[in-house]
Design a protein around this ligand. Structure first.
Ligand code: EPZ
Length: 421
């Protein structure tokens, strides 16, 4: 429940990145030695991944706020069950590591989700190029590499974060060298590469669109600190801009935020950056609407377009947001129209003309970032808004109402049963 109209002011600390933590947790399957991970965020999706690793036989230790330690020495299962995969598609990231380490894997075929069909054909083709045999049987991807995986040269038709990560993890234990072309360059992929190198993997081309991995016969354990979550940070910066506030976020370098910072400056935000902090100040001014076209990194991240749509809804002027990555990721615009937003949706583009404020209304979240954008819409709406299905939010945002309350927002959660256990 949110009562809008209050500028956000105060200081936050960035949490660890969900989209770096998930592949890095999957990568712990590549060794039987202990891996100690710091700054693992407390999120529903992370709990799901830890449950999945545990169901495979890995031993997990997780302190309250301390590091997560994973030991995969006693992994005996190689099957990622449907009831886990259906709640989180990223479970498919155990496919590459299980194949590389044990020569076999069964992963429930990840279905689509609200934002699109989310195929995994490129994951499969990359692993087949390394010698895996993968079939779909009874809704499961059944994969085998009886003679182990071997090096290959593979080019991705489409830039895919998960596909790059699965191939990268598999290649790190393959016999010989693998050249992966047209790979995803998101900072979270680079974080996975850095973790793999901590484990002894030999990888060249970090940050470029071609990665060369010289396979090892085994990898060691390691200690690693997950990078900060650039999408969480971006979300709070956009919320501050939309509400004409002033926030400081610590524990993050603006270098991973890239074009998000450029777009916030274009919207009129005064931004100052330090080695590990960012300050945004609207000086009480109304943001200007900004045009967005999503693209693979270093382009504008698709995970931030919904949040900017919410800001555009109360900004000065008219702007368009175009989603080029997923086929159905503008649903939040329909919900914002119920709050009075002046948005015209045509195909992959939402054109918004900013109003001075939205009107509070009951709305429904459809996916993780859409729900975050509806929270921002609630923060800039007159009166009270009610957002249903906020379990989507808990998948990717640690204690969102606590963090927003600490910035002065009038927000509360009803029916606490949906909190992360
Ligand atoms: C990752 O999803 C992120 N999730 C997503 O964040 C993010 O939106 C997405 O990358 C794009 O940046 C995690 O990292 C856990 P893709 P992923 O494979 O890997 C097509 C969030 O909000 N494609 O890069 O599933 C696909 O259909 C989530 O945290 C194929 O065609 O995304 C899409 O159009 C949402 N075949 C495009 O590539 C494949 O085999 C990009 O998808 C794989 C993908």
């Amino acid at each position: 429940m949110i009562r809008g109209g209050i500028p956000l002011c105060g200081t936050l600390t960035a949490a660890g990145s969900k989209n770096a933590a998930l592949p890095i947790l999957a990568a712990t399957l590549l060794t039987d030695a202990a891996c100690q991970l710091h700054r693992v965020p407390s999120l529903r999706d992370v709990s799901t991944m830890l449950m999945l690793l545990s169901s495979l036989g890995a031993r997990i230790q997780r302190g309250e706020q301390g590091p997560v330690t994973v030991v995969s020495e006693s992994v005996t299962q190689h099957r990622a069950p449907y009831d886990l995969v259906k709640t989180m598609r990223a479970s498919v990231l155990v496919l590459g590591p299980l194949l590389a380490r044990y020569g076999q894997a069964e992963v429930s075929f990840p279905g689509g989700c609200a934002i699109g069909s989310r195929p995994v054909d490129l994951h499969i083709r990359a692993l087949e190029a390394m010698g895996a045999h993968i079939e779909i049987q009874g809704g499961y991807l059944v994969a085998a590499a009886p003679n182990g995986l071997h090096g290959t040269e593979f080019e991705f038709d489409t830039v895919t974060v998960g596909g790059t990560e699965n191939a990268l993890m598999a290649a790190s234990l393959a016999q010989g060298s693998t050249v992966l072309k047209n790979v995803a360059r998101e900072p979270e992929v680079t974080d996975l590469v850095c973790f793999l190198m901590t484990m002894g993997a030999e990888i060249e081309g970090v940050g470029s669109d071609t990665l060369t991995i010289h396979g090892k016969s085994s990898l060691r354990g390691g200690t690693y600190a997950i990078m900060p979550d650039r999408i969480e940070v971006g979300t709070y910066l956009v919320a501050a801009a939309a509400t004409r506030g002033s926030v400081r976020i610590e524990g993050v370098s603006s270098s991973v935020l890239g074009v998000i910072i450029d777009k916030l400056r274009e919207a009129g935000a005064d931004i100052r950056e330090g080695d590990d902090w960012i300050e945004l100040d609207m000086k009480g001014g109304r943001p200007r609407a900004v045009d967005i076209v999503t693209a693979p990194y270093p382009g504008f991240p698709t995970d931030m377009q919904a949040q900017f749509t919410a800001m555009n809804a109360v900004a000065e002027g008219t702007a368009t947001v175009r989603e080029t990555i997923f086929e159905n990721r503008l649903m939040q615009a329909h919900e914002m129209k119920r709050m009075g937003a002046d948005i015209v949706i045509e195909g992959d583009t939402a054109q918004t003309t900013g109003l001075l404020a939205l009107q509070g209304a009951p709305v429904m979240a459809s996916d993780l970032r859409a729900s975050a954008s509806l929270v921002i819409a609630g923060l800039v709406a007159a009166g009270e808004s009610r957002i249903d299905r906020i379990y989507h939010i808990d998948r990717g945002y640690e204690d969102i109402e606590g963090k927003l309350q600490s910035l002065g927002a009038d927000i509360r959660r009803e029916n606490r049963s949906s909190m992360v256990q």
